[in-house]
Design a protein around this ligand. Structure first.
Ligand SMILES: O=C(O)CCC(=O)C(=O)O
Ligand SMILES: [Fe+2]
Length: 365
């Protein structure tokens, strides 16, 4: 395979099998009851929706939603604008390139676990500007602003983005309510964390790849935020690591559905009742693919920790509290240092089982 830069080539164990297992089991959840004006709050219908959400989060960490209330028109408008943007020559796209100072915009050299992804992206934050810590230093309280870059072409991209972001924010809040209820918490338990959200939307473009058996569109990873809402086109390529057997399963494209996945923050908030699940993107040699994830992230000053209501002496907190903004900018920073930098992970805040055992042993003595 002479055509592919070695930077894109996955290690043997992480290369995708070209024979695909398509998921039967990833749940479909119908949200129509949340959006119908005459949905007289029938507690039993709500209860069954909440338990469907809870089971999907527990068993898969992924589910698809239909009748979600996001107008199709808004989604199509952004999808079209995204296609127009990426169809331009590279020289045009790099005019709004992301770098260490301007952290939002166009980017085509992203690495996941130190292997280059076969994709190009455009990042925008929902709040403009978005407030984040100025430095990774734990004692530094200074803040900085992230500003969106808007390309000249297509001119409708900005409006399409803003309308879509507003709709997706509404859907995210509804999903967070259902997730809170499924954990036995009040519906609004997590709302406050998103007041000064650091959410962002990414436009992804995966070109046809001459070596889909060696490279990945996005290498295996977990999403670091609270919740991801993904719009994928009809090409397919997203794979989820099935919890029951570790097999990579393709998420079948369903027109106009959204794919939802639990991120690391929900894993921590729920004290591992729900887990953030590994996923990756396969590319193919024939068709380009587009997708748009919405990453629903809390305010930078959020201290992420297991919810007190969900921990007890028998089920102690499994994570030490961490500052979301510092975590986020540490991640962003390491994207630019590229090879041989290990990304910060929630695993670094996990209270290790070994320590639990030792503590237990010590307290007995
Ligand atoms: O393109 C996709 O299907 C998923 C992309 C993804 O997982 C991500 O950007 O975090
Ligand atoms: Fe992801």
């Amino acid at each position: 395979m002479g055509e592919v830069d070695p930077a894109f080539i996955q290690e043997l164990e992480h290369r995708p099998k070209l024979s695909i297992i398509e998921a039967e089991g990833i749940p479909f959840i119908d949200l129509s009851m949340l959006n119908s004006p005459d949905a007289v709050s029938d507690p039993s219908t709500l209860d069954s929706l909440v338990s469907e959400i809870g089971n999907a989060c527990k068993n898969w960490g992924f589910f698809q939603v239909i009748n979600h209330g996001v107008p199709l028109e808004q989604r199509r408008k952004l999808e079209k604008a995204s296609r127009k943007f990426f169809a331009q020559p590279w020289e045009e796209k790099v005019k709004v390139r992301r770098d260490e100072v301007k952290v939002l915009g166009y980017y085509d050299t992203e690495h996941t676990k130190n292997v280059r992804d076969w994709k190009e992206v455009f990042d925008f934050t929902v709040q403009n500007p978005t407030i984040v810590p100025a430095s990774t230093h734990p004692d530094d309280k200074e803040v900085a602003e992230w500003h969106n870059q808007w390309p000249d072409y297509p001119h409708e991209l900005r409006e399409a983005f803003e309308e879509y972001a507003e709709e997706l924010e509404k859907l995210s809040n509804k999903l967070m309510e259902l997730i809170a209820l499924s954990l036995g918490l009040p519906a609004d338990r997590f709302h406050g964390f998103f007041k000064d959200q650091t959410s962002f939307i990414r436009l992804n473009h995966y070109s046809p790849c001459p070596a889909p058996d060696l490279a990945l569109g996005v290498g295996r990873h977990k999403d670091a935020g609270a919740l991801t809402i993904l719009a994928q086109d009809d090409v397919g390529g997203l794979q989820v690591k099935r919890k029951s057997d570790g097999e990579w399963i393709r998420v079948k494209p369903t027109p106009d559905a959204f794919i939802i996945n639990v991120g690391d923050i929900i894993q921590v908030w729920s004290n591992e009742t729900y887990e953030s699940v590994e996923h990756r993107v396969m590319v193919n040699s024939e068709r380009e693919r587009f997708s748009i994830p919405f990453f629903f992230n809390p305010a930078h000053y959020t201290i992420v920790m297991p919810s007190e209501e969900l921990t007890s002496e028998k089920n102690p907190p499994r994570y030490r509290p961490y500052n979301w903004g510092k975590f986020l900018i540490t991640r962003k920073g390491s994207n630019f240092k590229k090879l041989d930098v290990k990304n910060i992970q929630i695993q670094h805040f996990r209270i290790s089982e070994l320590a639990d055992h030792l503590d237990g042993a010590l307290s007995v003595i």
